[in-house]
Design a protein around this ligand. Structure first.
Ligand code: B1M
Length: 215
């Protein structure tokens, strides 16, 4: 049963079919399916397929835009359900989260934010294309434990280093941990730029964040 639904989810994203993406997400919620499993086994394979088609020249930017719209429609149904499932936990730490300057990819960052808040973190999501100083500004204002910096492009990854440099120059690094992630990011890159941690997915980001705040 779930396999058929995952297949319909994958197809909805590949075809950029917003209505089908939303409908399959509602079915998942109605049937009590784990929303994260629906995202990872249903919709993300569709996005990956479109990404590969774009990289090989078989698909074009409008195809990626449509796929992202369908994915976001599904997320708008699944994210509240993820938050609802984690709603009773107490606050374990404060995270300032965003996608770096020059980069407008938000789906993975949003998933990380949703998982963190469902796991008891207070998340201050700055959005996408975030100016470098803004991470440090808000981290100082809210007394953040962690700054999470997402980047999806090899050309914008370097801004993760710049965010860390800004935190250092503001004197915030002794108290604020930095975690980095995004498709092109690796542990080696995280080490090179002096981040406190790297995770390849949203579940790992939660484990990492909990470890960094000693929860
Ligand atoms: Co873009 N794009 N895109 N895109 N896009 C990629 C990233 C690309 C790999 C596609 C490809 O060529 N195969 C490629 C990057 C190549 C590179 O640099 N290596 C690419 C490109 C080239 C571009 C443009 C330059 C295209 C152009 O204009 N010519 C352009 C750049 C725009 C910009 O940012 N300035 C562009 C635009 C877009 C859209 C706007 C159309 C759309 C984004 C819409 C949106 O987000 N609202 C889009 C999309 C959808 C993609 C793909 C297809 C899917 C990305 C995604 O959402 N994945 C992507 C190909 C791919 O990744 N397969 C591609 C699903 C998401 C759940 O995964 O984001 O990886 P991900 O997040 C994961 C982990 O990475 C991790 O956890 C998440 C959940 O598991 N993670 C973290 C993420 N952030 C984290 C932070 C953490 C920890 C973990 O701690 C803080």
């Amino acid at each position: 049963m779930a396999d058929g639904l995952f297949e319909a989810m994958r197809r909805s994203v590949e075809e950029g079919d917003v209505a089908a993406a939303e409908a399959t997400a509602r079915t998942a919620v109605d049937e009590g399916l784990d929303p994260l499993e629906a995202i990872e086994s249903g919709y993300v394979p569709g996005l990956s397929c479109v990404g590969e088609g774009f990289a090989s020249g078989e698909l074009y930017l409008p195809d990626m835009v449509l796929a992202a719209k369908a994915m976001k429609a599904a997320m708008s149904v699944l994210e509240p359900e993820m938050k609802r499932r984690g709603a009773t936990r107490s606050v374990v730490g404060k995270v300032v989260l965003g996608t770096v300057k020059g980069d407008i990819h938000e789906i993975g960052k949003n998933l990380v934010g949703t998982m963190l808040s469902a796991s008891g973190f207070e998340v201050h999501d700055l959005g996408v294309d975030v100016p470098l100083d803004r991470f440090a500004d808000v981290a100082g204002e809210v007394g953040a434990d962690i700054v999470g910096v997402s980047a999806l492009l090899t050309t914008t990854m370097t801004n993760q280093r710049a965010v860390i440099d800004t935190l250092t120059s503001r004197g915030l690094r002794p108290t604020v941990k930095v975690i980095v992630g995004g498709a092109p990011v690796t542990q080696a890159w995280a080490d090179e730029i002096g981040a406190d941690g790297y995770s390849e997915d949203a579940v790992g980001a939660v484990t990492l964040a909990r470890r960094l705040v000693g929860a």
